[in-house]
Design a protein around this ligand. Structure first.
Ligand SMILES: [Zn+2]
Ligand SMILES: [Zn+2]
Length: 231
């Protein structure tokens, strides 16, 4: 447990912002197929803020963790590290979405708190709340073409394109239940086209967003679904 001390102390919003900006820039370059040298980013940040390169590398892994909690993709080689406080994670999530010019219902702080509580011994059953307070949130959505989803579902013929098993249940419409997933997410600049979309069973869909093997699954899809292309 001691190894996972949270890196919360003394990080100013400015430092977090610079880290998130560097992360997003690296991700953009990686997606564009450019070679990125992470060490350069760490050393530049270290010089600017007088903190070790290692500290920035770890912070980048925290950013990967926040992205993974959001169901988003993270940078290759920056394995999500969960040693981040809920409030810092909340700041990171806010900075990420601000940089992308998008609004999302923030989730990272809640999920981190769930995991912290789940690790502790809970003697008391929580009383919860009989009347949970509604909260209005403004979120960014992308306009999608129904024809794209229809075509991809037709191509799949009721079989998940990831695990290649038949959908495990039928919807109320009587059809095998599969979900559309954009391999490069729309929030990350992905296109609403059939070369960026797959039909997945709910299990695979959750795993590709939240699973430890998300990157491997995405790579598998690119290798095995011929209509997918990276551009
Ligand atoms: Zn599946
Ligand atoms: Zn998806």
């Amino acid at each position: 447990m001691k190894l996972l001390t949270a890196l919360s102390e003394g990080w100013s919003n400015e430092e977090l912002k610079a880290s998130v900006e560097a992360y997003v820039e690296m991700q953009r370059n990686e997606r564009a197929g450019h070679l990125i040298i992470k060490q350069h980013y760490y050393s530049k940040l270290a010089k600017t803020f007088g903190r070790s390169e290692k500290a920035f590398e770890q912070r980048m892994q925290n950013i990967s963790y926040v992205l993974s909690l959001m169901g988003r993709s993270w940078l290759t080689g920056l394995k999500p590290a969960k040693n981040v406080d809920a409030d810092i994670a909340d700041q990171i999530e806010k900075l990420l979405t601000q940089l992308e010019g998008q609004k999302v219902a923030r989730i990272a702080a809640f999920e981190i708190t769930v995991r912290e509580k789940a690790r502790q011994k809970n003697d008391h059953k929580p009383s919860g709340n009989q009347n949970p307070k509604p909260r209005r949130v403004l979120v960014t959505q992308f306009q999608r073409d129904a024809a794209v989803k229809a075509w991809v579902l037709q191509q799949a013929e009721g079989i998940c394109e990831c695990c290649e098993k038949p959908a495990s249940f039928r919807g109320t419409d009587g059809l095998p239940y599969l979900e559309l997933h954009y391999v490069r997410q729309l929030a990350e600049g992905g296109a609403d086209t059939v070369s960026n979309a797959v039909a997945l069973c709910p299990n695979c869909h959750r795993e590709i967003h939240y699973g430890a093997n998300a990157q491997a699954l995405a790579a598998w899809l690119y290798d095995n679904v011929p209509r997918l292309s990276l551009d």
